[in-house]
Design a binder for this molecule. Structure first.
Ligand code: ATP
Ligand code: MG
Length: 287
């Protein structure tokens, strides 16, 4: 599916409206089995692309996943990883910041986990949390220990500018960035949270805090929209993906990752033919 990655791509967010994306959309693909077949094709292509990325050792790929609770990040990340060579990729999950992390600027903990050249880094949540959670819940902001005179009305636009600048800097240094917002509806979230309660094997995933956060749904959507508007760019596009159907969200993500790597026109490094001839001769001369 060629155009799927373009369909949900936002590279200029100025007029972006989150309400314009229907979480239940499947872009005309009504059949989940067909979606799975298409995804399998992507997965096969992905392994070779990753091999080239690793061999070429110049670019790195950063995949950022954001979603409301039960939005399907974990399953989608598992799905992306399943098609990759584990040696060339790693996942960093960002939870509530620790005391040590809170003793630094907000970007500190993320910058330490960036992928090296040749590798794919997956962020399960990211620095975008810092323009969401403390913005919606002011008491969380208090814990960030910023000097009070720096906490002004401009704080959020300053942070969004900082994020935009960091992403530009990274892209100029060979880090290719794709940002995914897995967009679920509030109703679908309720269904998934209830399933966590009903299924003993999913009970452990349930967090009472998730129910409280539901009361702030609109605030979160507003903050997400703001963040996407401020930080969607050609070098670090957002993909706002309808995620009420898990198979569809996974298909779009696999299409984006495949298309992004293919766009880099990766190639295996060429080794001097004379060097190969010398090595072959040396090897043949040994028992
Ligand atoms: P699951 O889908 O299994 O619930 P999760 O990603 O939600 O996975 P949790 O263990 O629930 O994982 O912890 C993540 C929590 O940490 C989220 O509520 C998130 O909003 C919060 N969090 C992450 N980064 C920050 C941050 N910078 N400031 C405040 N809260 C944060
Ligand atoms: Mg959670």
């Amino acid at each position: 599916m060629k155009s799927l990655h373009k369909h949900y791509r936002i590279a200029d967010g100025q007029r972006f409206e989150l309400a314009s994306v229907d979480p239940a959309d499947t872009c005309g693909i009504d059949d989940a089995d067909r979606g799975r077949d298409l995804r399998k094709q992507n997965t096969e292509a992905l392994l070779e692309l990753q091999d080239r990325l690793y061999a070429e050792h110049r670019w790195s790929l950063l995949l950022i996943f954001q979603a409301m609770d039960a939005g399907g990040k974990d399953g989608t990340i598992r799905d992306v990883m399943s098609g990759l060579n584990p040696q060339g990729c790693h996942v960093a999950s960002f939870k509530v910041p620790s005391d040590e992390e809170l003793d630094h600027d907000f970007m500190w903990r993320y910058l330490r986990r960036l992928p090296e050249r040749g590798k794919i880094g997956i962020f399960n949540r990211s620095y975008y949390e810092d323009v969401l959670v403390p913005r919606v819940h002011r008491e969380v902001m208090d814990k960030q220990r910023l000097p009070p005179r720096l906490v002004s009305k401009q704080l959020w636009s300053q942070r969004l500018d900082a994020i935009g600048n960091v992403e530009r800097y990274l892209s100029e240094n060979g880090v290719v960035i794709c940002k995914f917002f897995l967009h679920i509806s509030k109703q679908e979230q309720r269904k998934r949270l209830l399933a966590r309660l009903d299924d003993p094997q999913k009970n452990w995933k349930f967090d009472v805090g998730d129910i409280q956060v539901r009361r702030f749904w609109k605030d979160y959507m507003r903050c997400y929209q703001d963040a996407i508007r401020a930080t969607a760019s050609e070098h670090a596009p957002w993909y706002v993906i309808p995620a009420d159907h898990k198979w569809f969200a996974r298909l779009v993500v696999s299409s984006v990752v495949t298309a992004t790597l293919a766009g880099l026109q990766l190639d295996y490094p060429r080794i001097d033919a004379r060097k190969i001839a010398v090595a072959r001769k040396a090897l043949r001369a040994t028992p």
